[in-house]
Design a protein around this ligand. Structure first.
Ligand code: SF4
Ligand code: SF4
Length: 316
């Protein structure tokens, strides 16, 4: 479970939404080789104390993995029962977070622990380690700094346990490497958007598309195969076969689609005939505008000539 500045998707808030936890981040930059003393297990006195009053944003991979764990739960049903819409931190990108129950507790927690432990979200896996990734505002391709830090909240007794391990070992043990690899391209999109700040907001249509693609792969698949999508994009038949049959492949493809539609990358190829048709449409519009401008000019000229003629006659 993580407080993750580059991926700051789990935070503790009080009832007013105020982040009551900033000072619990230890002021020390950690690397993969840094050692931490921590262990979480059912024997700790605080067991499951951290599974309430939190914001846990779900990545597309988190959603897919939990749905699979719950017996391939339908995406709409999953979203309705277990999530709440939210904005991804410091962006105008819509996403979802786990919907807490009336006591502010995660719906997956029981006194015995997390009922979806094997499929728990990425941010739950990180905690109490955070990862910071500073490249906001940096020019394209220039340096970014990545490091880790430790969150030490008073109620978390895991820090009093004797187990010592490196951050790399912690990541492996918690399955963070796999999650991060799966989330990587999507996280890059969010970070890229974040670097724009809120000045240039996404259109409502783009926001809806981002939300649908990031949270509901069932709908995205339907969009690919039952809309004009394939008339616009040129997708290799083997890719289509893969995304039809495999959710992970579909998810990876969805990241490329988002990169291409939101940031104009070349990840997806638009059909030549569509480009030509678009160019022809633009040219047609331009010619119409030119014709309109000519007509307006001629009308004004005729008006002016008429006026001059009238003035001339009055002078006579
Ligand atoms: S998903 Fe599991 S680990 Fe994460 S907050 Fe809920 S119960 Fe706790
Ligand atoms: S040790 Fe920390 S992470 Fe583990 S249950 Fe307790 S509060 Fe949560």
């Amino acid at each position: 479970m993580a407080t993750n500045e580059g991926n700051d998707f789990r935070k503790k808030f009080d009832e007013t939404g105020y982040d009551k936890n900033p000072s619990n981040i230890l002021p020390q930059k950690l690397t993969l080789a840094s050692k931490i003393k921590f262990r979480c297990h059912p024997g700790v006195s605080c067991f499951t104390a951290c599974c309430g009053h939190i914001n846990i944003i779900l990545t597309p991979f988190d959603i897919l993995r939990i749905r699979r764990f719950l017996g391939n739960l339908d995406a709409d049903e999953f979203l309705l029962r277990f999530t709440t819409p939210t904005k991804l931190e410091k962006t105008d990108m819509p996403g979802v977070k786990i919907h807490l129950d009336e006591n502010g507790r995660c719906p997956f927690v029981t006194p015995e622990g997390c009922t979806i432990y094997e499929a728990r979200p990425t941010t739950c896996r990180y905690y109490p380690v955070g990862m910071a990734n500073f490249h906001e505002g940096a020019a394209e391709g220039t340096g970014s700094e990545e490091f880790y830090f430790l969150v030490k909240e008073p109620h978390c007794k895991g820090h009093e346990e004797e187990q010592v391990q490196t951050i790399a070992e912690w990541r492996k043990d918690q399955g963070i490497d796999v999650s991060d690899e799966m989330n990587k391209e999507w996280m890059e999109l969010v970070m890229r958007r974040k670097s724009f700040g809120l000045q240039a907001t996404l259109s409502e249509q783009a926001q809806k598309m981002f939300f649908m693609v990031s949270t509901n792969l069932d709908k995205f698949r339907d969009f690919i195969f039952n809309s004009s999508f394939l008339d616009i994009y040129e997708i290799a038949p083997e890719t289509l076969d893969r995304i039809k049959a495999d959710d992970i492949e579909l998810m990876k493809f969805s990241f490329k689609y988002l990169a291409s539609s939101l940031f104009g990358t070349n990840d997806l190829k638009i059909r030549q005939e569509k480009i030509k048709a678009k160019a022809a449409e633009i040219e047609k519009k331009r010619a119409e505008k030119e014709k309109e401008a000519d007509k307006t000019y001629e009308e004004l000229k005729a008006e002016r000539d008429k006026l001059h003629q009238k003035l001339k006659e009055q002078k006579k």
